[in-house]
Design a protein around this ligand. Structure first.
Ligand code: GLA
Length: 431
């Protein structure tokens, strides 16, 4: 009895401050595929039929997702981004898909995707036009929400272009309510804070109550400098954004660009590891029809996906920066910890990092069990707080570990965890 009450008290302390959007969705970070970074607004189906934004692209991606193990690994949503609609609404004011590129229409595409056991995502914009100039939803929130529900769409990415920033809150909240009113479960992916940060600090309590995930920062590109800029922004703002994340609502650092052209394999491992630590949606933007085996193996790595999808649902923090290393830590269920050590020095070869320098390493009192997941799977066995084990981390690569405490009694563990959190906050202000 006492133990149950204590557990409840601990759990209530641990739950995020704000209530999540209550639609029962995104209890774990969303997994799937989204066209934008790789295929952008390629609408030239005459010259480039295999890569243009057309129903064929999503059907082929859905086929591959089932055949090549993506669905089994947890990737579920096949998502359309900008440039799908016709420039004109229909006679009833409804959005319609471009008839040349989507001859079957979105409802048929949704049926196809559902027949594969997957879900379909679509894209719209809170303002007058989408970022690429297609019709926006301003003045049509209810009609568009109902249209998406009638088509049996499962996710809406709602962009924030072409609207005065002071109207963002009203627009995003109205669309959230309109989606809810349809009675269909439609996961709601927002870009509200990204468009608001240029003017003021967003209200993350309101955002969490409205959206299932939200973009905070600029679009990801297929380059290491882009991935680094997203990580750097996150570290600077972590005290504001990390507490907002939890089951039902997540910070979205944008798509995984693994399997494209711009990242070395070490950099791809870093993106995968850090996106898992950040409890980020895992929305790949790549060509699953021709991805290389190494990138595929990384994206389907069950141990990294388990960190991403951990049921405790807490986003990690960057807990230390020194000697051009960054340490990131995410608390996991059963008092475990995921740790990523990123080597930010982009000259020379692999560098050593002593495990005991990880701030959360105190969970290894008296002992812990350590598994290295990246760069290679390795059971590192039982360690103590005195452990002198050295990780070898390549330039712009990451070592990813899980740490499981052994023989630590329940009460003391939680005490340590709370010290840990306050340490993180202190550390965050120093960073
Ligand atoms: C914005 C978004 C991107 C993408 C494009 C489409 O830039 O942030 O993710 O949706 O619009 O035009």
């Amino acid at each position: 009895m006492y133990r149950a009450a204590f557990l409840l008290a601990v759990l209530s302390l641990m739950s995020p401050a704000a209530e999540a959007l209550d639609n029962g969705l995104a209890l774990k970070p969303t997994m799937g595929w989204l066209h934008w970074e790789r295929f952008m607004c390629n609408i030239n189906c005459n010259k480039d039929p295999d890569n243009c934004i057309s129903e064929q692209l999503y059907m082929q991606m859905a086929d591959v997702m089932v055949k090549e193990g993506w669905k089994d690994a947890g990737y579920e949503y096949v998502c359309i981004d900008d440039c799908w609609p016709s420039y004109q609404r229909d006679a009833q004011g409804r959005l319609q898909a471009d008839p040349q590129r989507f001859p079957g229409g979105i409802k048929k595409l949704a049926d196809y995707v559902h027949s594969k056991g997957l879900k379909l995502g679509i894209y719209a914009d809170v303002g007058k036009n989408t970022c690429a100039g297609y019709p926006g939803s301003l003045g049509y929130y209810e009609i568009d929400a109902q249209t998406f529900a009638d088509w049996e769409v499962d996710l809406l990415k709602f962009d924030g272009c072409n609207l005065k920033w002071t109207m963002l809150e009203e627009g995003y909240v109205k669309m959230s309510k309109a989606l809810n009113k349809t009675g269909r479960s439609i996961l709601y992916s927002c870009e509200w804070p990204l468009y608001e940060w240029a003017f003021q600090k967003p209200n993350y309590t309101a955002i969490r109550e409205t959206c299932n995930h939200w973009r905070n920062f600029a679009d990801v590109y297929d380059s290491w400098s882009s991935v680094k800029s997203i990580l750097d922004w996150t570290v600077v703002h972590q005290d504001i954004i990390v507490p907002a994340a939890g089951p039902g609502g997540w910070n979205d650092p944008d798509m995984l660009v693994i399997g494209n052209f711009g990242l070395s394999h070490d950099q791809q491992e870093s993106q995968m590891a850090l996106w898992a630590i950040m409890a980020a949606p895992l929305l790949m933007s790549n060509d699953l029809r021709k991805i290389c085996p190494r990138s595929k193996k990384l994206l389907q790595n069950r141990l990294i996906i388990d960190i991403s999808q951990d049921p405790l649902g807490k986003q990690g923090y960057c807990t230390a920066k020194f000697d051009s290393f960054e340490v990131w830590e995410r608390p996991l269920s059963n008092n475990r910890l995921a740790v990523a050590v990123l080597n930010r020095q982009e000259i020379g070869g692999a560098r050593g990092f002593v495990i005991g320098a990880i701030p959360g390493w105190k969970i290894c009192v008296p002992k812990c069990n350590v598994t290295q997941i990246l760069p290679q799977y390795k059971e590192m066995g039982v360690q103590t707080s005195e452990s002198k084990v050295i990780l070898s981390v390549n330039p712009s690569g990451t070592a990813l570990l899980t740490v499981t405490p052994i023989n630590s009694d329940f009460t003391r563990m939680h005490k340590l965890r709370w010290q840990d959190v306050s340490f993180k906050h202190k550390q965050a202000t120093i960073l």
